[in-house]
Design a protein around this ligand. Structure first.
Ligand SMILES: NC(=O)c1ccc[n+]([C@@H]2O[C@H](COP(=O)([O-])OP(=O)(O)OC[C@H]3O[C@@H](n4cnc5c(N)ncnc54)[C@H](OP(=O)(O)O)[C@@H]3O)[C@@H](O)[C@H]2O)c1
Length: 279
């Protein structure tokens, strides 16, 4: 600190440095989350250079990025829409890839935040059935409009693991996109089927609930940690987004309302992504 926040942003190329061939002024681009992770598996070196973390982020009128630190954005998207993609969407894309889903598989999403709503949209693209939980009936209604097959309010019904088993004929879901962390992983382990997968993405809950190890071995589960993804993952995801003309869900603020937007995120009243328009 001090550090310019926000890992994600999209905009227009204003100028390029000497020797840059990949981009020209007016190209429509987004930054990649980890500026040094272009392809292949993650290594300690590639993990350095996270925008808004290791280096200054995207809440700015102008940024300077490496030639390799950008991707072209889908043509049908506004800058606001494309600004939702670098972290949450790439993470959701890879969380689903890790599940090796077959069409008809069931995916469980937790909540209706940025990662989970992209996971819902991408799971539908892959022909999966999606069930999900939320603390809000209004948000569940919005998720249904995006293709959610079954939803449950976890405030009214905290035993959502039992519900997920009921929804899958007692077998359990094929994949959980786990954004909750310790406060939810126990139920996620009970909700997943034998031989199923958990993509461990988030740490939203601060609870110190003990981690039940027995289901991991009894069910022969795979728990895959997900840390966003590479530029290649981003480009592949963008191809799918462009082909299906997928539109992100969220809400837009002018950046003079940044405090209000961050407060919305902190209280968890948002659905999908929150975007600041910088102008
Ligand atoms: N590993 C990675 O690469 C990576 C990438 C992106 C994000 N993350 C992490 O993943 C998590 C989610 O990120 P995000 O951007 O999607 O967050 P977000 O937009 O802030 O989503 C938060 C939502 O999660 C739901 N939620 C909160 N507590 C819950 C609980 N106990 N049970 C079920 N749902 C709960 C709520 O949805 P409802 O209001 O509908 O209940 C809340 O609105 C965060 O911990 C973030 O740091 C990790």
């Amino acid at each position: 600190m001090p550090r310019i926040p926000c890992s994600d942003g999209a905009g227009e190329v204003l100028a390029v440095g000497e020797g840059v061939t990949a981009w020209k002024p007016k190209d429509r681009v987004a930054g990649i989350f980890m500026q040094n992770w272009l392809d292949g598996p993650l290594t300690p070196d590639k993990a350095k250079g996270a925008l808004g973390g290791d280096i200054d982020g995207m809440a700015a009128e102008k940024v300077v990025l490496k030639e390799t630190g950008l991707v072209a954005i889908p043509e049908h998207m506004s800058f606001e829409e494309a600004a939702t993609l670098p972290c949450a969407a790439v993470t959701a894309w890879n969380a689903l890839s890790a599940g090796n889903l077959k069409p008809g598989a069931t995916v469980l999403i937790l909540g209706t935040g940025g990662v989970s709503i992209f996971a819902l949209q991408f799971a539908r693209l892959r022909g999966a059935r999606v069930i999900g939980i939320s603390g809000s009936d209004e948000k569940l209604a919005r998720a249904y409009s995006l293709g959610l097959d079954a939803g449950l309010n976890y405030r009214d019904n905290p035993e959502w693991d039992r519900w997920a088993l009921d929804e899958t004929g007692g077998e359990g879901v094929d994949l959980v996109v786990e954004v909750g962390g310790l406060g939810t992983i126990g139920r996620s382990l009970r909700a997943v089927r034998m031989g199923g997968s958990i993509s461990q993405v988030g740490v939203l809950t601060g609870s110190a609930e003990p981690l039940p190890l027995a289901p991991i071995l009894h069910k022969q589960l795979r728990i895959q940690g997900i840390y966003v993804g590479s530029r290649k993952d981003f480009e592949e995801m963008n191809q799918a987004i462009a082909l299906t003309v997928l539109r992100p869900a969220g809400e837009n603020f002018h950046w003079s309302q940044a405090r209000e937007a961050f407060a919305r995120m902190e209280e968890g009243s948002h659905f999908g992504k929150l975007v600041l328009t910088v102008s």
